[in-house]
Design a protein around this ligand. Structure first.
Ligand SMILES: Cc1cc2nc3c(=O)[nH]c(=O)nc-3n(C[C@H](O)[C@H](O)[C@H](O)COP(=O)(O)O)c2cc1C
Length: 226
């Protein structure tokens, strides 16, 4: 059993080619969990969304403070407001982005990624669930702390991404649409002590899952010292 994920929840919505088998190797999930931006508008059963959040809550936090909080936006008007915010920042980002290619990411692949980002920008309001990962602090945060203090949220976000993949749900971690922290607070009615760090649009994917391509271990690993 070591290294295996057991999925107890079935979607009941078909699409089984995309969902993992009942008992799925954890490494298969990790190596096939790429950003899925084109999402169908079909609703996601609430119990699956709750399962994703439960998976997120099982991630570690420093000193076990467990201060990750979640808002799942399904209401059309709320989604419209977030989609508008996202559009504003994606448009600015795209206009300023001068990176045509990277040594490990060809121009062709980058262009495909940008097309998918634009697709998601255009359809954000139709995606069934916008999951926002937040942190709750004991007091309101200073401006640099608000922006830089989100570390505790990321293991939880990664758990949500992996759980989504295991359940056949498409997801992508996004941050650009949350750049205007005050506006996001207003939209989500967040208390002064809560900050939003990651927006994960989730639903059934239009395309098929595939393997992620990453740098080989020889490029990134050093033993004992650099
Ligand atoms: C911290 C972080 C912020 C990200 N922000 C965005 C974003 O604002 N919009 C977006 O479309 N994707 C965003 N992504 C997704 C990345 O672009 C994506 O994970 C990366 O290109 C790898 O894609 P792949 O898994 O399909 O290979 C973000 C990812 C991370 C980890």
């Amino acid at each position: 059993m070591l290294g295996r994920v057991v999925s107890h929840v079935h979607t009941g919505l078909g699409d089984m080619e995309n969902s993992m088998s009942e008992e799925t190797d954890i490494f298969e999930v990790i190596f096939n969990c790429r950003a899925m931006r084109r999402i169908k508008p079909d609703p996601v059963p609430e119990e699956l969304l709750i399962k994703l959040i439960d998976a997120g809550n099982h991630a570690p936090t420093g000193s076990n403070v467990q201060n990750v909080r979640w808002v799942i936006v399904r209401n059309p008007e709320q989604k419209r407001l977030l989609a508008e915010e996202n559009r504003r920042h994606i448009t600015a980002y795209m206009a300023a982005d001068r990176v045509e290619e990277l040594p490990h990411h060809s121009k062709e692949k980058r262009d495909r990624m940008r097309e998918a980002v634009v697709w998601q920008m255009e359809h954000m309001h139709d995606i069934p669930a916008l999951v926002i990962a937040c942190l709750e602090f004991s007091e309101p945060q200073t401006e640099p702390a608000r922006a830089g203090g989100g570390g505790y949220v990321w293991p939880a976000v990664q758990n949500v991404l992996l759980a989504a993949r295991a359940l056949g749900l498409g997801a992508t971690p996004t941050t650009l649409g949350l750049r205007d922290r005050d506006r996001v607070k207003e939209i989500l009615h967040l208390p002064e002590t809560v900050e939003a760090y990651c927006l994960v649009p989730i639903g059934y994917p239009m395309g098929n899952f595939g393997p992620v391509t990453r740098l080989p271990v020889e490029t990134t690993l050093h033993w004992d010292h650099w």
